[in-house]
Design a protein around this ligand. Structure first.
Ligand code: ADP
Ligand code: MG
Length: 261
């Protein structure tokens, strides 16, 4: 796999959005009331990058990725996604939401809809895709996540790992350009973690731009081209996995790694 972060290193300081920039965040700050949750975030992510975000609980990881698809508002600085500045413009919000897929810790499938219906709902009602085409797309992605035979079952009839793979397939049905994962395996029993990680690995191998909040450091080593460490609302350190794990720079990173590895 090529390493876009590496090849674009010289461009890291530029302020304008270029063709291969997927996400650009500059001087971004967010508060929850008086609580300063994200502090001066600067981050550029290029197309095809596989980013792992890690850090202690409460460090702002979820808030950061929720700002990227506008589930949360930031109060200062800029976030560009595919060249679109996130603002209060509703048209932009819809466009961002359709370009950026998100998979959560809890699968958030609709329990009263079949797996197939879960996957076709948004394409039919939001994207106005004809039902037959939406179903064909859904089956394509259910095959990709290796559970086409579950299409007519309900979420409650599936294991946690299967449900999470449906959640990934459902996101892919919207044909996103960027996928965000927020601790997608942390609610799963150990024996189901691998099947979800394997699905994410396959997606990475196809070149999907991915930002994954996860504590699966094996996954980070294998798949990420860049690991970002957050603490207390800041990006403390980022590096390619080899350097990040073998030669962490900051004391906070060292402490965190000593606790989880
Ligand atoms: P992480 O995902 O790294 O565990 P979060 O982004 O969920 O961290 O939370 C960062 C901080 O913001 C935590 O202190 C959390 O309690 C606080 N927080 C998260 N969501 C809200 C909210 N909606 N209102 C107020 N505080 C929040
Ligand atoms: Mg979180």
């Amino acid at each position: 796999m090529s390493n876009p972060a590496e090849t674009n290193k010289a461009d890291h300081s530029r302020m304008t959005v270029s063709d291969n920039t997927a996400i650009q965040i500059t001087s971004m700050n967010k508060w929850y009331g008086a609580f300063h949750v994200l502090r001066d975030i600067n981050l550029t992510i290029y197309e095809g990058e596989r980013i792992v975000v890690c850090g202690p609980s409460g460090s702002g990881k979820s808030t950061l990725i929720r700002c990227i698809n506008r589930l949360e508002e930031h109060q200062a600085g800029d976030i560009f996604v595919d060249g679109i500045e996130l603002s209060n413009d509703l048209k932009n919000i819809d466009k961002i939401r359709s370009e950026v897929g998100m998979v959560f810790q809890h699968f958030n499938l609709f329990p009263h809809l079949t797996i197939l219906e879960n996957c076709t709902l948004a394409p039919i009602w939001v994207r106005k895709v004809p039902r037959k085409e939406a179903e064909e797309t859904a089956m394509h992605f259910l095959e990709k996540v290796k559970i086409p035979e579950q299409a007519n079952k309900y979420p409650g009839q599936l294991s946690g790992g299967q449900q999470q793979r449906v959640a990934i397939a459902r996101s892919l049905c919207m044909k996103p350009r960027i996928m965000l994962f927020d601790e997608p395996t942390s609610a799963l029993d150990p024996e189901m973690i691998k099947e979800v990680l394997d699905t994410m690995i396959a997606l990475a191998e196809e070149g999907m731009t991915m930002i994954c909040v996860t504590h699966e450091m094996g996954f980070a080593r294998q798949v990420a081209n860049r690991v970002i460490f957050m603490d207390q609302g800041q990006i403390v350190e980022q590096n390619e996995p080899e350097e990040f794990f073998n030669n962490p720079k900051s004391d906070r990173t060292k402490l965190f790694l000593s606790q989880i590895l």
